[in-house]
Write a new protein. Sequence first.
Length: 96
Amino acid sequence: MPKGIGMVKRTPFASIPKKFIGIGKIVKKQTKVERPTLTQDEQEIIENKLLCSFLSKEKILITYYRDGHLLTRYVTVTDINPIKNLITCTDASYNR
């Protein structure tokens, strides 16, 4: 006996998540900003805040630039390596 194709299930909203991903990428691309330039005074203020956080193990609010976006986060500085120009921080969940 020949078999038919059976029932074909229709998924009417299957493409919507893909569209949201595409829209999210477009919005993220449009919200990119140029890398900010800091004056010498601003650099010294930032260095002092980072050093104070390192010495006192106190949380500070920092804003940093990554991939065209300014990100803000509370962190505690755990290590400063001036040779490599590297600062190691932990966030509220103690993630590095």
